[in-house]
Ligand binder design. Structure first.
Ligand SMILES: Cc1cc2nc3c(=O)[nH]c(=O)nc-3n(C[C@H](O)[C@H](O)[C@H](O)COP(=O)(O)O)c2cc1C
Length: 129
């Protein structure tokens, strides 16, 4: 199961591409019940943007309230970001640890930065970089 949060589509795109490639399902955390039913041996993927060098509040709150019925066999994090990932994977690792789940791997993918006070998303040259 791949749980993702995506405000503007980058993480939704990444989660769906990973799901396609691995035969998994990508599920938005918005409206997801806190009781998460994993099957035995299931892999858990988390896909989220970086906000202010950490996890966005919707993802950190999701990890705090989630009750994973079965411990995942392997857990990975993919963050999308614009400039710096900061301590986003450490943040996720800490929250997962509180659930007794280890973070096995963390990946980052640079995408167009949606922090609009700094980045002009109407500039196609810059966002296509
Ligand atoms: C409020 C806000 C804060 C952000 N903070 C960071 C940051 O600290 N570091 C970074 O590299 N990108 C930051 N970004 C850029 C996003 O992480 C990046 O564009 C991400 O791919 C957006 O994913 P989404 O389209 O799935 O929402 C921020 C974006 C927003 C809207």
């Amino acid at each position: 199961m791949i749980c993702y949060f995506s405000a503007t589509g980058n993480c939704k795109h990444v989660a769906e591409r990973i799901a396609e490639a691995t035969g998994d399902r990508a599920v938005s955390i918005e409206g997801l019940e806190p009781e998460i039913q994993l099957s035995e041996g299931e892999v858990l993927g988390l896909v989220t943007p970086v906000y202010f060098w950490e996890l966005p509040i919707p993802m950190s709150e999701f990890l705090e309230r989630a009750n994973f019925k079965m411990r995942p066999s392997y857990t990975y994090l993919v963050v999308t970001y614009g400039t710096r990932t900061g301590c986003s994977s450490g943040h996720a690792g800490k929250l997962l640890k509180q659930k007794g789940i280890g973070l096995d791997a963390a990946f980052s993918i640079r995408m167009p930065d949606t922090w609009t006070p700094d980045f002009d998303l109407t500039d196609k040259e810059a966002t296509a970089e």
